[in-house]
Design a binder for this molecule. Structure first.
Ligand code: SF4
Length: 243
């Protein structure tokens, strides 16, 4: 059995266990490469796991296009959770549309309004949620567990691709003919909101293009909390430079 075949079997077993033991469970899909692997596995196995995305209002057109491509390929509509319009309007009226460039605090407040609050609504009443995080994405994810307690949301959190490599992800997508975001072929290994994501240069690690103007120590969006602390998204390159 190839490494990828073994990983697919193990991941399928984890997803089946979540569906069986932690219902109702949901999968938070950003529509990026890793998340398309999980979406494909969940839908092909017809597992009773809800799938949603956070539609922040600032996503790339290519990311929004994935919603149509998922519908065309799998015949499903991904549930979208959007920010509260009043909160967005108040932030923009007070601070400006792109105030997240001004300070870490402004950026975190934008993430709170557009991502964290909608995530809370998406997870309400659930027993577990699933993400596409991998250990190899950054040093802060080096200890990422397949299953962990998300105390902030009071439920189990699963990262079934924790030990997948980037090569595994792409081998799966290509051999299974899974649609993927066109930005991945234009230098975007990690994709967030359009104004907060840029292409990376060869040799940079996969998350270097996220909030590129900030010190790596401040990089987090508030979605992933471990032991009551926000997970800092520190790149492999940044860690090497400071160690
Ligand atoms: S990633 Fe940028 S645009 Fe998106 S919610 Fe966070 S600060 Fe706002």
């Amino acid at each position: 059995m190839s490494d990828l075949h073994r990983r697919v079997e193990e991941t399928g077993a984890i997803l089946a266990r979540i569906a069986r033991d932690y219902s109702p469970a949901v999968f938070a899909s950003s529509l990026a490469a890793e998340d398309m692997v999980l979406l494909d596995l969940i839908l092909k196995a017809e597992l009773p796991i809800g799938i949603f995305s956070l539609e922040t209002g600032r996503l790339h057109a290519e990311t929004l296009d994935m919603l149509d491509r998922v519908r065309a390929t799998y015949g499903i509509d991904i549930a979208l959770f959007k920010p509260q319009p009043e909160a967005v309007q108040a932030y923009v009226a007070k601070n400006g549309l792109n105030a997240f460039y001004d300070s870490v605090e402004m950026r975190k407040e934008c993430c709170r309004i557009r991502k964290v609050e909608p995530l809370g609504r998406a997870l309400a009443g659930k027993r577990a949620w699933i993400t596409g995080q991998r250990r190899a994405q950054s040093t802060t994810r080096a200890e990422l567990a397949v299953q962990e307690m998300d105390a902030a949301h009071g439920m189990q959190k699963f990262n079934p691709l924790a030990d997948w490599s980037e090569q595994d992800v792409w081998e799966y997508l290509r051999t299974q003919h899974v649609p993927y975001n066109a930005l991945h072929e234009r230098g975007y290994p990690s994709i967030g909101c359009e104004p907060c994501t840029r292409a990376v240069q060869p040799g940079e690690d996969v998350r270097a293009g996220r909030w590129w103007w900030e010190n790596p120590e401040s990089k987090e969006c508030g979605l992933h909390v471990v032991d009551g602390k926000l997970v800092r998204i520190q790149s492999v390159a940044a860690r090497a430079a400071t160690s």
